[in-house]
Design a protein around this ligand. Structure first.
Ligand code: NDP
Length: 460
């Protein structure tokens, strides 16, 4: 009997989110005997209460601008256009059910055994599954923890009245007045979504300017564009308490102001979802951020127990979890040498309105890292808006290390920035120079061509 056959499975994955499912499928394709446990929805946060429904709602919110823009092009629409929340919500739910089914069929098709149960690790090679039928223990050569993250809400009087991103998609009634607390991805995205759908929208952020860690100019530009679209931004403010009265929520801010709204979303970050997983009993300690330390083989301090995605250090992004899953399978099931991901050139998009697309270093980070940089930047009103009448502007920016001429950062705020920055990210990851950008012929007329036509540095 081989060492592997001493166990029920070669790999047991806990959590059927993006990273867990990818790892399970790829390991099974490599010939491993794989099982996965999930006690909630297949597809995890991204499919059910994250990327997918958020993007669908973002599309819905963009129609608002499109209707306004259409008149200048000759279209006449009933004014005002009306929006029906239950239609959007329920169509979204149907689409997610379809995706859940696809995930189930993908796993079954790959030969992965699916357990609908809550799992905890009980020793380095054993997982105990619990559901209504009781407990059962299963052994595996390797156990992969892929339980992702969970929204975290600070405590203040009435904080239980705040919703999280797990609940916001399925509101019974549309909030005519909406407030979001936080200044990260989720806060700016949902402020834009509800503002676009027609809510009076407030964003409350404790710092001077939201989107900490992003390029300063991108942050300022986004602030101005979101404000132009009508989002009411309250910086240097926090929630002191929330009270319920007259069927509404009274939100007292630390600034002394009180806002009456219909829904409050706390978008105050996420924590690694390790509760009840059993890691402490195995002596696996969390680091200061509450994440699981792993080596370049994705092994925790107990080598048979692996972890990836939002459980470990690194950006909390679906494509990062997917990339880690592919790496992990290459290392453990194809015996390849680790090829650590380059976390410095991971592109990202924030689907606020207008969108942000970014890859590589911010201007501030590049100034710290290099002796001298060149900054090429432009902002302009897109051609479309010459007829639409919209005052929306676009920002594009390249950061270049002066000594090597390498483009070390690219940033954009504007329509479809996420779509556009993906291509630029290949160039930045490949380490291409500004000269390579200059030698690339533009596509006319697009906004994107500005990325290859900015010739004069705006500053050094
Ligand atoms: P973030 O970590 O991005 O932002 C959390 C925000 O909450 C920060 O602005 C933080 O302030 C603020 N905050 C933290 N603690 C408190 C407190 N006690 N009182 C008031 N404010 C507080 O988390 P999100 O919840 O927005 O999103 C989680 C992660 O999910 C993101 O970081 C991202 O990785 C991922 N995500 C990605 C998306 C995408 O790819 N488009 C979309 C949505 C989420 P401060 O800045 O001062 O620390």
């Amino acid at each position: 009997m081989s060492a592997e056959a001493a166990y029920d499975f070669d790999l047991f994955v806990i959590g059927a989110g993006s990273g867990g499912v990818r790892a399970a499928r790829m390991a099974a394709a490599a010939g491993a005997r794989v099982a996965i446990a999930e006690d909630r929805y297949l597809g995890g946060t991204c499919v059910n209460v994250g990327c997918v429904p958020k993007k669908l709602y973002s599309y819905a919110a963009h129609f608002h601008d499109s209707f306004d823009d259409a008149a200048g092009f000759g279209w006449q629409l009933p004014s005002p256009a009306t929006f029906d929340w239950p239609t959007l919500r329920d169509n979204k739910t149907s689409e997610i059910k379809r995706l859940n089914g696809i995930y189930q069929r993908m796993l079954e098709g790959a030969g992965v055994t699916l357990f609908n149960a809550r799992a905890r690790v009980t020793d380095p090679h054993t997982v105990t599954l619990s559901n209504a039928e009781g407990d059962v223990s299963i052994s595996a050569d390797k156990i992969l923890l892929a339980t992702g993250g969970w929204p975290w809400v600070p405590e203040f009087p009435g904080s239980d009245l705040a919703l999280t991103s797990n609940q916001i998609f399925d509101l019974e009634t549309f909030p005519e007045r909406f407030l979001v607390l936080g200044g990260g991805y989720i806060a700016v995205e949902f402020a834009s979504i509800f503002n676009g759908l027609g809510s009076e929208t407030h964003l409350i952020y404790r710092g001077d300017l939201f989107l900490k860690g992003f390029d300063q100019e991108v942050r300022e530009f986004t602030r101005d564009e979101m404000a132009k679209k009508g989002v009411k931004l309250h910086f240097a403010a926090n929630i002191a308490r929330i009270e319920q009265s007259n069927g509404a929520l009274q939100v007292a801010l630390t600034t002394g102001e009180t806002l009456e709204v219909d829904a409050v979303l706390a978008a105050t970050g996420r924590q690694a979802n390790v509760t009840g997983l059993g890691v402490e009993s195995l002596g696996i300690a969390l680091n200061g951020d509450g994440k699981l330390p792993v080596n370049e083989r994705y092994e925790t301090t107990v080598p048979s127990i692996l972890a990836l995605g939002d459980l470990i250090e690194g950006p909390e992004l679906t494509p990062v979890a997917l990339a880690e899953a592919m790496q992990l399978v290459d290392i453990h099931f194809h015996q390849k040498a680790p090829r650590p991901l380059n976390y410095d050139t991971i592109p990202t998009a924030v689907f606020c309105h207008p969108n942000i697309g970014t890859v590589g270093l911010s201007e501030e980070a590049a100034r710290e890292k290099f002796d001298k940089i060149r900054v090429y930047r432009t902002d302009f009103r897109a051609m479309k808006h010459t007829l639409s009448g919209s005052q929306e502007r676009m920002l594009m920016k390249l950061i270049v290390d002066d000594a090597s001429d390498v483009v070390v950062g690219a940033h954009m705020v504007g329509e479809e920035a996420g779509e556009l920055i993906q291509g630029i990210a290949i160039a930045v990851r490949a380490g291409l120079t500004k000269e390579d950008f200059d030698l690339t012929v533009g596509i006319h007329p697009t906004g994107a061509e500005e990325f290859v036509t900015m010739r004069t540095p705006s500053r050094y």
